[in-house]
Design a protein around this ligand. Structure first.
Ligand code: XMP
Length: 504
């Protein structure tokens, strides 16, 4: 339940040490079987003082595996091993000064000599350490802000070393992992590629696999990795809905067929999609039509590939964590929906999910290592229904063309300003209203383009990007001058919530 649990897992991996998240309910027997080199107990929103507070199988403390408790995790250690945690009326939130009170501390000695700035977020605090432990640091409202028992190999800190605001936080985690737990940092993208390709070879054997490419980074990296493992026994399917951005389909084909040498079936289904969408203006109806037709086209194409038993999917670790399944369970019969096109329940493939242990930034690193171009590796997210949900009102071939040309200008200018990686998404939307303008001496009456650019960390919330005025001016001038059908450009300054990122 910790807000920062994924962040801790990533920080450990940034030290080139593999990490997995498991629920606090894991048994000592399961931990013993998994045989981790170290355990980190995360923080969490609960209080150890309430009746049904999350706890740990007490036997885990006796396995001799080095443990670091963070925030709630440190309090849990104190409480479960016989110390005392109490409700401190003030608590501590945000920037706090930590004072090291024991210069001989094996944990603090390696990282913070006497005083450092740390990030706190707690209302309870440890007031007594368990027998055999020593308190090694304090802060204004935490008499014990760090504790340790070298002989039991258990350490704890009240603050959050995983957040960037904590001085030497990254170093503290590194000191615990490499210094105290003596782990060799050998988990690199090279080793990920090696072990994944090995696992894919074992799983697929002599079988054949298919992979639906969406143009996005996840399916692209998954395909490249599987191709490295099984070569021409992988066939990719790229369904061109006609609702892609300008040049996108050509780029996918060029990258996979020509550069990677992957067999690719490029299904040009633009006409089918546009025919199905004729006259439709309701956003949800558009989504439904596009989604269902996508499935039909994918199925028809997959049926032409003989003896394909495996379906490659670009599922990532955050999806795995959220669905509560295990990171190491490599296969499962397809039950739930496909994360790109929404494939149905009854496709009888065995799933190959080579990215299910990886975070997005790691997927990008693997993609680069496998030789995929930056334009694919650093591509911004793009919705499954494509430009269909960025054309307000009816989707016609002419309107798709207007939006593609306008959006290309946005992409070019954002890239030229070096902002593609900083922005979560930046794109054009074609509105279905008209406004009056004047160009030369002529009156115009045409549609506007809405420019949308947002920053976001997790897609659940987003903020409109504070783009430079000169950049906005360049985009506006170019669209109006180069796209004759457009006579006005407006900038969307709505955050999410209350808005959504897309317009439909
Ligand atoms: P919203 O508009 O809900 O978008 O703030 C959040 C993120 O999801 C993408 N998006 C979609 N992706 N199918 C998709 O695969 C869809 O129907 C869809 N609608 C929105 C959107 O681009 C943004 O990144």
């Amino acid at each position: 339940g910790a807000q920062y649990a994924q962040l801790i897992a990533r920080r450990v991996r940034e030290h080139n040490i593999y990490s997995e998240l498991v629920p606090h309910t894991i048994s000592a027997a399961s931990v013993k079987e998994a045989n981790p080199a170290a355990i980190i107990l995360s923080g969490g929103p609960a209080s150890v003082l309430i009746d049904d507070a999350p706890t740990l199988d007490q036997e885990i403390y006796n396995l001799g595996i080095p443990i670091l408790g963070i925030c709630y995790g440190a309090q849990l250690i104190a409480q479960q091993l016989g110390g005392k945690v109490e409700r401190e009326s003030q608590g501590e939130y945000g920037r706090t000064t930590l004072n090291v009170t024991d210069s001989g501390s094996s944990m603090m000695g390696g990282v913070c000599e006497s005083e450092c700035t740390v990030w706190m977020s707690h209302f309870d605090c440890i007031t007594e350490v368990p027998e055999g432990f020593i308190g090694t640091a304090s802060s204004p409202n935490a008499p014990v802000a760090a504790l340790e028992s070298d002989s039991r190999k258990i350490w704890g800190v009240q603050y959050h070393p995983e957040v960037a605001h904590t001085d030497q936080g990254f170093e503290l985690l590194g000191h615990f992992l490499k210094g105290l737990a003596e782990i060799q940092p050998s988990w690199t993208m090279d080793s990920v590629i090696d072990s994944s390709t090995q696992a894919i070879k074992e799983l697929v054997g002599d079988g054949r696999a298919i992979c639906g490419l969406s143009g996005g980074v996840d399916s692209a990296v998954a395909a490249a990795l599987v191709h490295k493992a099984i070569g021409d026994r992988l066939v990719c399917i790229y369904v061109d809905t006609g609702l892609m951005r300008a040049g996108e389909s050509e780029q996918v084909v060029a990258t996979f067929e020509k550069h990677q040498g992957i067999e690719l079936i490029h299904v040009n289904a633009a006409e089918r999609f546009l025919t199905a969408l004729a006259g439709v203006t309701d956003p949800e109806t558009k989504r439904k039509i596009i989604g269902e037709l996508f499935i039909r086209v994918f199925e028809e194409t997959a049926a032409t590939i003989e003896e394909a038993q495996f379906l490659v999917q670009g599922t990532l670790y955050p999806d795995v964590i959220e669905s509560g399944t295990s990171a190491t369970g490599k296969t499962a019969k397809i039950k739930s929906h496909h994360n790109v096109g929404g494939l149905p329940d009854d496709l009888s493939f065995t799933l190959v999910e080579p990215l299910r242990n990886l975070f997005k930034d790691e997927v990008r690193a693997v993609g680069t290592e496998l030789g995929l171009p930056d334009e694919i590796v650093w591509r911004q997210p793009f919705p499954g229904p494509g430009l269909g949900v960025r054309i307000i009102g009816e989707v016609t071939p002419e309107r798709v063309d207007v939006l593609q040309r306008s959006d290309l200008i946005v992409q070019e200018e954002i890239a030229a300003a070096g902002l593609t990686r900083d922005l979560w998404q930046a794109f054009a939307v074609l509105a279905d209203i008209k406004s009056v303008g004047v160009m030369g001496d002529e009156r115009t009456y045409a549609h506007p383009i809405i420019l949308r650019a947002v920053t976001s960390d997790d897609v659940m919330t987003a903020d409109w990007a504070r783009l430079d005025y000169d950049l906005l001016e360049r985009i506006s001038n170019r669209i109006i001058n180069e796209v004759a059908e457009i006579n006005r450009v407006v900038y969307d300054i709505t955050s999410k919530p209350p808005g959504t990122i897309e317009w439909e």
